[in-house]
Write a protein that binds this ligand. Structure first.
Ligand SMILES: [Zn+2]
Ligand SMILES: [Zn+2]
Ligand SMILES: [Zn+2]
Ligand SMILES: [Zn+2]
Ligand SMILES: [Zn+2]
Length: 414
């Protein structure tokens, strides 16, 4: 049952069919998963049995006596470690979500006497009092939490992102102001499967890398001199680059910047995934002789950079530079000097404002006067609109990919 698209967990839906229902029955042993019917519980049992034992062993009668968020974070990390050591294997994504987002009171973290938020099924409360105490914060995120769940359910049902007609993208006269404007132009004339919020979230996700690159070209007056060819290095490429729609990305670039004749995307990173490298461009682009190609290097940037074509722009999406410093396994440190070339914009995105500041501080270790080379550093107008659940940030249960953008452009080598 747990295919790649069905690999998620929410405490408020049937763990087997992912339907929402007011009358869920929880597994009496672990109380973590719930089912809409006895049938679905039976059908899921052979999948759930192994983990159920482990959860029961670690969770039951283990009432959390804290209402500090920091303790709640470390409590869950302990649970994660216990599960890994008992299962003797890595946890699957849905299993991780079980320790990250368990059903506890959203205010005091107790597991007793809970009632779910009837709107999102993603928050629970032990009492009316705690529900009221949490309202100011929860009201801001209730819809996004529900959307998060609806998107996962949508993908289970339809198995893929909604398709966007390339014709709509190529008819854009210029790069719109922001993601919302881009989507509303595409949305008006598109066949939709279900809700518009789901459509917008997923399409924004697919268009995100392309629109970030287009926006960065526009804001940094990037030069693509030689034969009007634009070479873009995507460093630290991983899953976001794999789910991006590269045909839409290419068309968006070629039609918003008429003077680009050729685009070469080079994806570099130890986690980069192999991808199709041939793009069938629109008739107009074909007629003009425009070309787009994509190469993937499964390697660290500084190991391959000398062998590949020089970039006109270097891009690192959701790179989390600062995390590497904290974890002390610093692969970026050796790569960064290669990314900061004279007159070549280095573009990176961060999930939050705080992370953006930490990322800039990280680069400051290598280039002490980095601030004087920053062209752009603010909210990204082309951030993804797909909400992602956050388990470890107090009062902010949702974040978005590429939410903040920084562009650095050095005028000289250092
Ligand atoms: Zn069910
Ligand atoms: Zn169970
Ligand atoms: Zn409570
Ligand atoms: Zn809610
Ligand atoms: Zn075209």
């Amino acid at each position: 049952m747990h295919s790649a698209l069905n690999n998620f967990y929410y405490f408020g839906i049937c763990h087997y069919c992912k339907s929402t229902s007011a009358e869920l029955r929880r597994c009496s042993a672990c109380k973590v998963v719930a089912y809409c019917s006895r049938d679905h519980q039976k059908l899921d049992w052979h999948n759930h049995r192994e983990l159920c034992k482990v959860i029961t062993f670690t969770l039951v009668n283990d009432e959390i006596l804290t209402n500090s968020f920091e303790d709640w974070v470390s409590y869950r990390l302990t649970i994660q470690q216990k599960w890994i050591s008992l299962l003797k294997r890595r946890l699957q994504p849905f299993e991780c979500q079980m320790w990250m987002f368990p059903r506890v009171c959203n205010w005091c973290y107790t597991k007793l006497n809970l009632t779910d938020c009837p709107k999102c099924y993603n928050a629970a409360y032990c009492s009316n009092e705690h529900c009221i105490s949490d309202q100011v914060i929860h009201k801001k995120y209730c819809n996004a939490l529900k959307l998060c769940m609806n998107i996962d359910c949508y993908l289970t049902k339809f198995k893929s992102y909604p398709e966007v007609d390339t014709k709509l993208v190529i008819s854009l006269p210029e790069l719109p102001q922001d993601m919302n404007e881009l989507l509303s132009r595409l949305y008006l004339c598109t066949e939709k499967n279900g809700e518009s919020d789901i459509w917008k979230s997923l399409v924004s996700d697919a268009l995100c890398p392309g629109s970030v690159i287009s926006y960065a070209i526009q804001e940094s007056s990037c030069n693509y001199t030689f034969n009007h060819k634009c070479v873009i290095h995507l460093v630290g490429a991983a899953t976001a680059e794999a789910t991006a729609d590269w045909i839409l990305t290419s068309e968006l670039l070629l039609h918003t910047f008429n003077d680009i004749n050729e685009v070469l995307f080079i994806l570099i990173g130890p986690e980069a995934l192999d991808m199709c490298e041939n793009f069938d461009l629109c008739d107009c682009c074909k007629w003009k002789g425009k070309k787009v190609s994509l190469k993937v290097y499964k390697a660290l940037y500084h190991d391959v950079v000398e062998m590949i074509e020089k970039p006109n722009m270097v891009v690192a999406l959701n790179c989390g530079l600062h995390e590497f410093e904290e974890r002390n396994c610093d692969e970026w440190y050796s790569s960064i000097p290669f990314m900061l070339l004279p007159e070549t914009p280095f573009v990176f995105t961060s999930y939050t404002h705080e992370e953006m500041l930490k990322d800039i501080k990280y680069i400051k270790r290598i280039i002490p006067d980095v601030e004087s080379h920053i062209v752009v550093s603010h909210n990204n107008p082309f951030a993804s609109l797909r909400p992602i659940r956050d388990w470890c940030t107090k009062d902010i249960p949702i974040f978005y990919s590429n939410a903040f953008i920084t562009i650095i452009k050095m005028t000289f080598s250092f």
